[in-house]
Ligand binder design. Sequence first.
Ligand code: GCO
Ligand code: MN
Ligand code: MN
Length: 402
Amino acid sequence: MTASLPPQIQRESKSDQYAPRKEDKFSFGLWTVGNRGRDPFGDFVRPTLNPISTVKMLSQLGAWGINLHDNDLVPIDATLAQRNRIVHEFKQALSDYGMLVPMATTNLFFHPVFKDGAFTCVDPAVRAFALQKTMTAIDLGVELGAATYVFWGGREGVDAEAGKDAVLALKRMRDALNFLCQYVIDKGYTLRFALEPKPNEPRSDTYLPTIGHMLAFIYTLDHPEMVGLNPEVAHEHMAGLNFVHGVAQALEAGKLFHIDLNDQKGPRYDQDFRFGSENIKATFFLVKLLEEKGYTGPRHFDAHCYRTEDEAGVWDFALGCMRTYNMFKEKVRRFSADTEIQALLQELNGGDQTYGGLLSGYTAETMSKLKEAKFDINRLAQRGYYYERLDQLAVEIILGLR
Ligand code: GCO
Ligand code: MN
Ligand code: MN
């Protein structure tokens, strides 16, 4: 473990207007920069990063927060004395380097006990252990100051459909979340839950696979007001969906409690690439949405660096995620300051105002006016929408030519 950042990364991290600052609210998981590059076909390629040095490095890079699963910090078999010492030292590092823990979560997928899932495992003893482990992990998260608690249903799904009743599994998931909401209420914690959908991997199919499924499920809980979403870029792309639209729906419903930023090449295994490294245009519109529609939560990167990299590559990766976000933020500013684009948008969205007044809700009067109105649908059909011109201008902004 190096004691400080390599000099070229130190220079770059402070070099210009895109340099990350605390007020940007960038956060990383201990498991993200700490990813050691193991995959199903190959072993670890990097040494373990110590959580204390990770706090220091991320702070030096300009990050604001660090998130964790219970066992990223406290080993699953730690004694109480070991746990207390580790937590004490970690809190000291947070205070020394001015870092926060905005979000915490539970590892309910790594230990073999969870091979059939946690809250939806067919074995009641495993379900009971999962609840116990999560309550303990919630206590840890709250002790570290977390305001959001994430639930990613790692192995909550099936490989063999015959083995599990999907309706019962969903009921078990609901029971677990209702139990844990009540736990938070009884303890007097001010903690909100953020559920993270993913369509598959590591299981063949995961329950509650997309933003839309998860959103509908939230409203069936006892305390829907406590529960929102933690959507992840890669996960919706794995399902072939438009992430920007999914996030917009969560945001519009007041349910975007947290977000996992990364990148992904289409529907395949979960790649967790550096933010903005693949889908440049979708990333632009995502940053535009977050910046313009009032998302004030953490900009959390749930990504990891390529397996080819050494530790210096990890910090290149982390800095890259944050710089790219800020570069897109600047592109978004240019888009909204571009007079040609804005004039075009105004013209596009203006349209014929004759019917505007009839579209803002049902009254007996608007209903009968609408029924009697005469539409020249052939004239309406002749209109061009200038989307070609507008899209080209957006591309020119993104490519840095405007
Ligand atoms: C994944 C998930 C996880 C979760 C994390 C926090 O696909 O591995 O995205 O990284 O986000 O467990 O709950
Ligand atoms: Mn992922
Ligand atoms: Mn994630």
